[in-house]
Design a protein around this ligand. Structure first.
Ligand code: HEC
Length: 169
């Protein structure tokens, strides 16, 4: 009997330690997740495939690259619309600067934002199935900025499942 109690006690201790660890992990997630949507920067995204580049004129004056996870790439290649749940798109952006080594060339300067769209139609029914996140130095920007995301994507590219970027040939 005693050994059962000891075992039970040990099990309780172990599970509360686990609970504490997972709570701590949630704490950091909350800090790194976007307001409204709870989107975080996906691990390993820098190794994902390129969908297309973009250039933004003044005042932002940026070079951009949109990358997609394997689900996104598959959907682009097969022309699947709407994008399936599990699709993740990441847009990197840099200041657009003149090369110091070759005048006509524009090259990426300082990194500005990382932006993420995650497709999860059950979790995000009010924003076309997409969750949005904009990050500066790895940290999400404020709620006011996140209130603008879907409105612009909805107004311009509703017919392409709210996604601007097309596959660069
Ligand atoms: C005023 C319009 C506008 C707003 C607001 C906006 N976007 Fe976009 N977004 C664009 C355009 C245009 C593109 C196409 C690529 C480019 O030109 O940079 C784009 C592209 C993207 C992409 C790549 C996938 C795609 O649709 O091409 C992501 C990810 C993204 N935006 C996330 C966000 C997030 C997150 C927010 C809010 C914090 C946001 N966007 C707000 C206009 C907007």
């Amino acid at each position: 009997m005693r050994s059962i109690r000891v075992a039970l006690f040990a099990a309780t201790l172990a599970s509360s330690a686990l609970a504490a660890v997972s709570l701590a992990a949630e704490g950091t997630d909350a800090e790194n997740a976007s307001p409204i949507y709870g989107v975080t920067i996906p691990e390993g995204y820098r190794q994902w495939e390129l969908i297309g580049p973009a250039q933004e004129a003044e005042p932002l004056n940026e070079l951009r690259a949109v990358l997609g996870n394997p689900t996104a790439i598959k959907a682009y290649q097969s022309g699947t619309l709407p994008f399936p749940d599990g699709t993740i798109l990441v847009k990197l952006a840099w200041k657009h600067v003149q090369s110091t080594e070759f005048e006509p060339a524009s090259v990426p300067g300082a990194a500005t934002t990382v932006q993420v769209m995650v497709k999860d139609s059950k979790r995000y029914p009010d924003s076309g199935g997409w969750g949005f996140g904009r990050f500066i130095n790895g940290k999400p920007v404020d709620e006011a900025q996140h209130q603008t995301c879907f409105a612009c994507h909805e107004a311009r590219v509703k017919g392409h499942d709210f996604v601007f970027t097309r596959w660069a040939p």
